[in-house]
Design a protein around this ligand. Structure first.
Ligand code: NDP
Length: 315
């Protein structure tokens, strides 16, 4: 059976996708959003968002997503809470599948975001959710009055280490070099916090545990090569993110880290009618507000592209 041809399918439901949905819905494109099984993206694992303009006193990540979603819904966005499993952009209308169900669309807006990177150690995998976590804001409260570690030297690591001092007795911030890449203000916050001890020039070689929970880590001194064991009950990995672009491999241009490449100043990918917005195409800014901004651009780009395409087809 031929499926209905949508004007636009938005894949992914963080601030980029939801903003695209608000704009596309208000442009009467009646957008279909395939929001994913972990809808809302990274803001769902963020406590306070204090830098999204319009919220003078801050808002929690999940609340921000919830109001954006309601706003998109109010103008007629339809939602499917499943993951896209396959796409075909070599045909037009474009095709998108959720397992065996096929959807067709004149335009696609990709806003699948990015996910936290891990160290890739077998012991890290073994103790994931048994003391190892990639999200302090989700799991921090489980580590009350114990000692924990945070790996990384960027803003995320600073933020997580600072946040964890609300619960943990002590936070070891483990960084592989002798200086942080984090912004000065976030570094200062960490360095002034008496509950945080920085372990410089060190990488985690192994997570130790008793089978049920983490008991410590084996550290390698990157300067001397000395190995030491440090006792701790939790380990938070905060070493950056990977864009969620696997299903677009070989279809769209990506940079070496896997971020989708868009034409500068627009949301156009190399396939006309396929647009990308938010963290999936932004290795630089990665903020909720910049994601929302590019989501707006994608909806406007899609609307104009459909108009031009229809003029071309029907004269
Ligand atoms: P970054 O890429 O900035 O930093 C990643 C850190 O992890 C680096 O210090 C890096 O070390 C370290 N690292 C990477 N891989 C490994 C590994 N395999 N083993 C050990 N350490 C590793 O990522 P962030 O997530 O911190 O930040 C991403 C972006 O988001 C930045 O632009 C940041 O400013 C922004 N951000 C802003 C926030 C805010 O303003 N509130 C909060 C959080 C993020 P090395 O330095 O040696 O490369």
């Amino acid at each position: 059976m031929e499926s209905k041809i949508e004007n636009t399918i938005i894949i992914g439901s963080g601030p980029a996708g939801l903003t695209a949905a608000v704009y596309a819905a208000r442009a009467r494109l009646n957008p279909l959003m395939i929001e994913g099984e972990e809808a809302g993206g990274q803001l769902m694992i963020t406590t306070e968002v204090e830098n999204f303009p319009g919220f003078e006193h801050g808002i929690t990540g999940p609340d921000l997503i919830s109001v954006m979603r309601k706003q998109a819904e109010r103008f007629g966005t339809r939602f499917i809470t499943r993951n896209v499993t396959k796409v075909d952009f070599n045909v037009w209308p474009f095709k998108v599948w959720i397992r065996d169900t096929e959807y067709q669309a004149k335009t696609i807006i990709i806003s699948t975001g990015a996910s936290a990177k891990l160290l890739g150690l077998p012991s890290e995998k073994q103790y994931m959710s048994k003391g190892v976590s990639a999200c302090a804001t989700c799991d921090g409260a489980f580590f009350k009055d114990v000692e924990v570690g945070v790996v990384g030297g960027g803003d995320t690591a600073m933020e997580e280490a600072t946040f964890l001092t609300r619960f943990a007795k002590k936070v070891y911030l483990i960084h592989r070099r002798d200086s942080f890449r984090a912004s000065k203000i976030m570094q200062d916050r960490v360095l002034k916090n008496p509950k945080i001890e920085v372990i410089w020039n060190s990488e985690v070689l192994e997570v130790k545990g008793n089978g049920k929970e983490v008991t410590g880590v084996i550290l390698n001194d990157t300067v001397t090569g000395a190995k030491t064991e440090k006792a701790m009950q939790g380990l938070f990995i905060a070493i950056g993110h990977t864009p969620n672009t696997k299903i677009f491999n070989s279809l769209l241009d990506m940079n070496e880290a896997g971020y989708l490449v868009t034409k500068p100043g627009t949301t156009f990918t190399k396939i006309p009618g396929v647009f990308a917005a938010g963290d999936v195409q932004d290795p630089t800014y990665r903020q909720a507000i910049t994601a929302a901004g590019t989501g707006c651009m994608a909806a406007i780009d899609a609307e104009r592209w459909i108009e031009n395409k229809e003029a071309e087809l029907h004269g």
